[in-house]
Design a protein around this ligand. Structure first.
Ligand SMILES: Cc1cc2nc3c(=O)[nH]c(=O)nc-3n(C[C@H](O)[C@H](O)[C@H](O)COP(=O)(O)OP(=O)(O)OC[C@H]3O[C@@H](n4cnc5c(N)ncnc54)[C@H](O)[C@@H]3O)c2cc1C
Ligand code: SF4
Ligand code: SF4
Length: 427
């Protein structure tokens, strides 16, 4: 047993750059005898959403947080969802079907982040009465660059929440209250959020009983609050004056639209993210992510830009085409039914190598994750527990020098203070 206090152990997840602000530990920590939350996930002084301790914590509670937090535990698809005829790709994980697709409704396709597939599938789940609501996220009502959880009960609600949010977003913030509704639901969120809820299913039987579908987006990481503010300043906007931010959508990727009290300005995705992976400013947890490809979901959906980024010329009139991986029998059936009933347009079937062309950064990250985790261990840091993600096997395919480079690089990053965050304090 470590000689740290429970509070020090919880804050170590944040201080070591492993918290992605999913919101789950607020529920896992529960309430004290006075009915007060022991932990709240709120905006803290470093600009992220992180846990803050509100009432006394014990080691047993922190053990339960470590067993569910996506910063400390990442697992692949539960084995009960892998069928005998499910195919396995070493990089892309379990899959039953891969296609290029878009929302059949041109308005949804236009409004969506890429081709509106997640919005189309979520609306189809509601209108076909497969679930009672969809838990996903919309733009935050208080922080224009953040997302916040939302429950959609109609296709109009789902449509309202279309689009990608690249700022801090805690979809699991009030999952205790959401489960108390005792209604069936689908969950749409980032791979780490999906993994968190799958982890929590082992502590709360309501998750598997009520959650009928998990849909996710292939995820390269979200933008740091610092880089978003730097973007605003680069384009001549004071961050404090921003009243609205739409990262993308309305075309693919569509404009990055910034509203202030005085103006509305539109920029290109490349103005926000830069030309390619080397310019992405990401939280540390995203740099060591062993699963940006949504292995624990029924369906994972991506962009289809060859090389991983759009270019300014082709994106002018790009209507948006999603890559789609159906990993489970339920996911495969949903895609077929949505296409049959006119909610989804399938372009054609693809294979894992096609996705690797669209997502070279995901391939690189999957191969690097194990050595990066070894580097964390070398530096005396928490090493996330991983299962069913093949990261060691992939790393062993690489030359020894390549793994050494990643491992030493991560250790150095830790030693240089680039993988550390301050102890959380409410902003
Ligand atoms: C942080 C982030 C990183 C990404 N990185 C990549 C990448 O590396 N490669 C790639 O191919 N695609 C990436 N995407 C996915 C891409 O931007 C599209 O979201 C995806 O192709 C789905 O498009 P769509 O048109 O089907 O989505 P839509 O129909 O617009 O639906 C999007 C859905 O995602 C939910 N959502 C949006 N943002 C968040 C969030 N921050 N957290 C939880 N749920 C959210 C919304 O609630 C909505 O239901 C990323 C998205 C995000 C949010
Ligand atoms: S990643 Fe989620 S569960 Fe882990 S510490 Fe952060 S908010 Fe809590
Ligand atoms: S890269 Fe990984 S940790 Fe970061 S937001 Fe995406 S799924 Fe979560």
């Amino acid at each position: 047993m470590s000689n740290k206090t429970p509070a020090e152990r919880l804050y170590a997840i944040v201080e070591q750059g492993l918290c992605i602000g999913c919101g789950l530990c607020q529920t896992v920590a529960g309430k004290d005898a006075q009915g007060k939350r022991r932990v709240s996930v709120v905006k803290t002084s470093n600009g992220y959403l992180t846990p803050v301790i509100e009432s006394e914590l014990d080691h047993e509670t922190v053990d339960r947080i470590y067993a569910t937090c996506p910063g400390t535990r990442v697992e692949g698809l539960p084995s009960r969802l892998i069928e005998a005829d499910t195919r396995q790709d070493n990089v892309w994980g379990p899959w039953r079907r891969m296609v290029r697709a878009w929302a059949a409704d041109p308005v949804v396709r236009f409004e969506g982040s890429t081709g509106g597939v997640l919005t189309a599938l979520a609306a189809y789940l509601l209108v076909s009465k497969r679930v009672e609501f969809v838990l996903h996220v919309k733009t935050s009502s208080s922080e224009p660059s953040f997302g916040e959880p939302t429950l959609s009960f109609t296709d109009a609600d789902v449509f309202e929440a279309a689009g990608s949010r690249y700022g801090p977003t805690a979809p699991l913030l009030n999952i205790d209250e959401i489960l108390e509704r005792n209604q069936t639901f689908a969950f749409i969120a980032k791979p780490c959020d999906i993994g968190a809820l799958r982890n929590y299913a082992k502590q709360d039987e309501r998750v598997d009983r009520l959650m009928r579908y998990c849909l996710t987006l292939v995820c390269g990481g979200f933008g740091t609050p610092q880089s978003t503010n730097a973007f605003f300043r680069r384009v001549g906007i004071e961050p404090d004056t921003v009243t609205g931010l739409r990262y993308r959508g309305r075309g693919c990727p569509g404009p990055t639209r910034v509203e202030t009290t005085e103006t509305v300005q539109e920029f290109h995705y490349i103005d926000f993210w830069g030309e390619d992976e080397t310019t992405w400013a990401l939280p540390f947890r995203c740099k060591i992510c062993p699963d940006g490809i949504g292995e624990a979901a029924d369906i994972a959906v991506s962009d289809t830009w060859v090389g991983g980024s759009p270019n300014r010329v082709d994106s002018v009139d790009d209507p948006g085409v999603n890559g789609l991986i159906a990993r489970t029998a339920a996911g495969e059936e949903l895609v077929a039914a949505a296409a049959r009933d006119g909610a989804l347009t399938i372009d054609y079937d693809i294979i894992p190598d096609t996705l690797s062309l669209y997502q070279p950064h995901q391939v690189n990250k999957k191969y690097s994750a194990w050595a990066r985790h070894q580097g964390l261990g070398d530096a005396g840091r928490i090493v996330p527990h991983t299962e069913g993600l093949r990261i060691e096997e992939l790393a062993l395919d690489l030359p020894e020098e390549a793994n050494r480079f990643q491992r030493d690089g991560t250790r150095q990053r830790v030693e240089n203070g680039k993988a550390s965050e301050p102890t959380p304090e409410k902003a």
